[in-house]
Design a protein around this ligand. Structure first.
Ligand code: PGA
Length: 257
């Protein structure tokens, strides 16, 4: 494991980049980080991602819970996103994913779990209420993020502006292709999703971004060393005061560290 510090101007804290040797090590380091957050602030508000990237981190967190090292009884969670049109029981939904990979195995109270409802009849109302719930919880203490190979965070897809609030958006063609691996066919991939907006992510007190594999190397390069543009949504993280990025060697391959 190697730690690199990317110096920032002025008030901003330096960006910390940890390069782990492989997915396993990345996942363990990420779990260390989340566990430390919960130990230091047992009533932490966590922002959580889905996708292949965090599966190993969740597995580690479950192990640590089972070993008695962490207690989720006062933790509050907000998931980043959910597909539109899939209800919570649908195995392709992010509700289902979170139950399978984390919530069913730990002691976080049901009422503390928040995931946007993709089957809400009034999507705009669902988005507004989600936004309000994040505010009412006092904002997010630690936001964990994966990244799309197109640089998206949550379903904040490349665009001509940064979408501030929780919103429904169209999935990018590349995201539909990337996520088709979880479905029987590409036609089955929902074309729309509800996503937490850039503001709640940027207002999180700490951010932990994870990426592994060579297909993420370009997005990571643009996020860390490219221009801050809405065409690469994750690039806005350069402006966040407290970001830690944990990568495997392949995802770090294009960075000049
Ligand atoms: P992945 O997705 O972890 O399945 O690669 C990440 C993302 O699209 O944000």
């Amino acid at each position: 494991m190697k730690l690199f510090i990317r110096k920032k101007e002025g008030e901003l804290k330096d960006m910390k980049i940890i390069v782990a040797k492989d997915y396993e090590e990345m996942s363990k380091k990420a779990a260390d980080f989340v566990a430390a957050q919960i130990i230091l602030k047992p009533d932490s508000v966590l922002g959580l991602p889905t996708g292949s990237t965090p599966v190993g981190m969740y597995r580690e967190l479950v192990k640590r819970y089972q070993a008695g090292d962490i207690d989720f009884s006062n933790v509050v969670t907000f998931n980043l996103d959910e597909y539109c049109g899939l209800d919570a029981e649908n195995p392709q939904s992010y509700h289902y994913f979170m139950m399978e990979n984390l919530f069913a195995h730990i002691n976080v109270p049901k009422q503390n779990i928040h995931i946007p409802s993709g089957s809400a009849l009034d999507i705009q109302k669902e988005c507004d209420q989600y936004e309000q719930k994040i505010k009412d919880a006092g904002g997010i203490d630690l936001q964990v993020l994966g990244i799309g190979r197109n640089g998206h965070i949550g379903f904040n897809e490349p665009a001509t502006y940064f979408e501030a609030k929780t919103h429904m958006g169209q999935l990018d063609e590349d995201t539909i292709r990337a996520n088709a691996r979880f479905f029987n066919s590409i036609e089955e991939v929902p074309k729309k999703a509800i996503s937490m907006g850039i503001r709640a992510i940027m207002q999180a007190r700490k951010i932990l971004l994870l990426a592994n594999g060579e297909e993420k190397a370009e997005a990571i390069y643009k996020t860390v060393q490219g221009a801050i543009v809405p065409q690469v949504p994750a690039s806005i993280l350069q402006l966040h005061p407290d970001v830690v990025i944990i990568l495997d060697e392949k995802a770090a391959d294009k960075l000049s560290l």
